[in-house]
Design a binder for this molecule. Structure first.
Ligand SMILES: [Zn+2]
Ligand SMILES: [Zn+2]
Length: 74
């Protein structure tokens, strides 16, 4: 069963992330809706993001953390 649409997933359209199963078509960024691939996604709180939106979300949630991190590196 696909966790996004709760429909049955056939082998050829299956994407498995850890033990979670998606349709290829349902494996999308929750922010922009872009389709993702296994080599090109980031997961947070059980939600899938493209790299761009993942960075945006991280910055919104953990701005201070990133600020400290960048201070260290600059
Ligand atoms: Zn689905
Ligand atoms: Zn996105």
């Amino acid at each position: 069963m696909c966790v996004q649409c709760n429909k049955r997933v056939y082998e050829m359209e299956k994407i498995t992330v850890d033990t979670i199963i998606y349709h290829k078509a349902c494996f999308r960024c929750v922010v922009c809706g872009r389709m993702l691939s296994l080599g090109n996604y980031s997961a947070m709180d059980g939600q899938m993001y493209c790299k761009t939106d993942f960075m945006k979300t991280i910055k919104m949630k953990g701005g201070l953390f990133f600020y400290l991190l960048s201070c260290r590196f600059w």
